[in-house]
Design a protein around this ligand. Structure first.
Ligand code: DGT
Ligand code: CA
Length: 577
């Protein structure tokens, strides 16, 4: 087990202990230890081997023994017992906004509620409101949260699903007998939200793999344990320490079946249907095990497409938006790759609401192989995010200049994430705006404006000569808040006309512009730019999710501004001034 897995188990124990009504101090000790371990610079296995685990602040004897057991054996009976004692419904209840372990415990003790259905029933009857510490407002919030969960069908964000999927793959790799393994389904297609994780392996003997799978760490519940397919509910803690609960299905097939099963279980269903139809047109029969009637040798997934006279369709494109026709006519895009990016523009530092200094952000960007990093802290009206006054902006520029003076082959660009005020004007005057290298304009207030007003507001900002790019265009927060009402087509047209770029905000909470609209933007020749909206050094890695969105939106290297080199970007930003 690596340190992030150990940290996740400890965090989870903290939650489970609290749910069991344990002393909060004891629960908190686990959470604290989890955080300490997550931040370790060294390998946890090395620390355990060296016997220096006890030197980490907050890790006493009990924790030391438990962590040692976990790291050396991958198992912890104490944790397994806790999980077994905890109804999965309690964990689901924790996904409701404002619901902590204490409230869940109260609901269970007082009203016998241990799942979402019972909670809904009690709220409908009004009994929750009468409970001490709850009240009518809390009850209404719970009902609203339940409706939202229902509507979202218990989906989780891609980053959350990826984290769990990757940990499952890492665990399965340790099992002997697995020949090939791939993630399938919406995870492989990099959809922005995921209902369940689909994993496919090939092996001669499925039984031991099935047995190991249902016993993986972080399995909350075994939903099904069959001969060649098993399903489990997995738990985890995401990078923001929020709980994640998601089902994972594992299927075992033979080596021969593997490419067909991989193709089938990657989906989408709509893509599969089209592909199957094309197979029928060729006189073949395509299913999850075979391309019956076809004599060609098929060993890998691309061979299936080849047998049907199609170019290989990358998983991100398999949404039935014309990819089969494009593959048949050999006009599929050459999709953007993560390595094509040379820098990013929308990032925060401790100057506003970021957690890292300018130097720390730059250092991480360099390590990622970037040639440049744009600093775009918040503007003055966003006081809750410690927005910069013009005076502080100028002070920051000095720091950036001093930093750049010491650099070779790397540069910080001076940007701002300027608020688009209610009437579409900007939060800094034109004189100040003129001296930034670039300007990212964003809506952070008055989300409830009517469609026409919001559209006019954003279009006005796009038309401002100093605005380089529009940030998170629709304001959506995945699984949490809908986009504001805006005529996106009008926005895209305005951006094309004004030559203003549109951001693909790669923060996995946003992924805004959506991939569907990326496709539309490309059709209108809008220049796009991928930004992580990083508020900490590790969040620069969010960029990868923006690349996923761009790929789903058929975007190529040339469509994305930050595939340009430092010299090209410096030149273009200068030319725009
Ligand atoms: P989600 O909802 O995020 O889990 O999305 P997917 O795409 O992972 O959907 P899932 O897990 O229901 O199924 C995985 C893949 O299996 C799906 O993308 C395509 C394939 N599949 C599932 N059901 C059907 C079906 O009825 N017909 C066909 N052709 N393919 C299916
Ligand atoms: Ca799935």
């Amino acid at each position: 087990m690596d340190k992030s897995e150990v940290a996740a188990v400890l965090e989870e124990i903290a939650v489970l202990l609290e749910l069991q009504g344990e002393n909060p101090f004891r629960a908190n000790a686990y959470a604290r230890a989890g955080r300490a371990i997550a931040q370790l610079e060294t390998n946890i296995a090395d620390i355990v081997a060296a016997g220096t685990l006890g030197d980490i602040p907050g890790i006493g004897e009990t924790l030391r023994d438990k962590i040692t057991l976990l790291v050396t054996t991958g198992k912890l009976p104490f944790y397994d017992d806790l999980k077994a004692k905890t109804p999965p419904g309690w964990l689901q209840m924790l996904r409701l906004p404002g619901m902590g372990p204490k409230k869940v415990k109260l609901l269970s003790d007082q009203l016998g509620i241990d799942d979402l259905a019972k909670l809904k029933e009690a709220c409908d009857k009004g009994t929750v409101a009468k409970l001490k510490g709850f009240g009518a407002k809390t009850q209404a919030n719970i009902l609203e949260g339940l409706a939202f969960l229902d509507q979202m069908g218990n989906r989780v964000r891609l980053d959350q699903a990826m984290m769990i999927a990757e940990s499952i793959v890492a665990e399965l790799k340790k099992i002997p007998g697995i020949h090939r393994m791939e993630l399938c389904g919406s995870v492989r297609r990099r959809k922005e939200t995921i209902r369940d994780i689909d994993i496919l392996v090939s092996a001669n003997d499925a039984a031991p793999i099935m047995d190991a799978f249902v016993k993986l760490p972080n399995v909350q519940k075994v939903v099904g344990h069959g001969e060649t397919k098993s399903s489990v509910t997995m738990t985890g803690v995401d990078h923001n320490m929020a709980r994640v609960l998601i089902n994972a299905d594992l299927r075992v097939v033979s080596d021969k079946q593997f490419p067909f099963a991989l193709n089938y279980f990657t989906g989408s269903k709509e893509h599969n249907i089209r592909l199957r139809q094309r197979a029928i047109d060729y006189g073949y029969k395509l299913n999850e095990y075979d391309l019956a009637g076809c004599k060609k040798h098929i060993e890998e997934e691309p061979d299936i497409y080849k047998a049907l006279d199609l170019d290989y369709v990358p998983p991100e494109l398999r949404e039935d938006t014309g990819e089969i026709d494009a593959a048949a006519s050999h006009v599929l895009p050459v999709l953007l790759e993560p390595g094509d990016l040379h820098g990013v523009f929308h990032n925060h530092t401790t100057w506003s609401d970021g957690a890292a200094s300018l130097e720390q952000m730059a250092e991480t960007a360099r390590k990622l192989g970037y040639q440049y990093l744009g600093i775009a802290d918040h503007s003055q009206s966003l006081t809750i995010a410690n927005g910069l006054t013009p005076k502080r902006v100028r002070a920051q520029w000095k720091e950036i200049d001093a930093f750049n003076a010491k650099q070779k082959n790397f540069r910080l660009f001076k940007g701002t994430e300027v608020d688009i005020l209610a009437d579409g004007s900007l939060d800094f005057d034109d004189e100040l705006l003129a001296d930034f290298d670039y300007v990212v304009a964003n809506v952070h207030s008055f989300f409830n404006q009517p469609l026409e007003e919001m559209t006019a507001r954003i279009v006005k900002a796009i038309q401002h000569p100093r605005v380089t790019m529009l940030g998170h265009a629709t304001g959506r927060l995945l699984l949490r808040r809908d986009a504001y009402k805006v005529d996106l087509d009008a926005v895209l047209h305005a951006a094309a006309k004004a030559g203003t770029m549109i951001e693909i905000n790669a923060n996995p909470y946003r992924l805004d512009l959506d991939w569907i609209h990326c496709k539309r933007a490309k059709a209108l020749a809008v220049q796009l730019v991928i930004n992580p909206d990083a508020h900490a050094t590790d969040e620069l890695a969010f960029t990868r999710f923006g690349v996923d969105v761009a790929r789903r939106g058929w975007l190529e290297k040339k469509d994305i501004f930050n595939t340009r080199t430092l010299a090209q970007v410096a030149k273009e930003l200068q030319a725009r001034r």
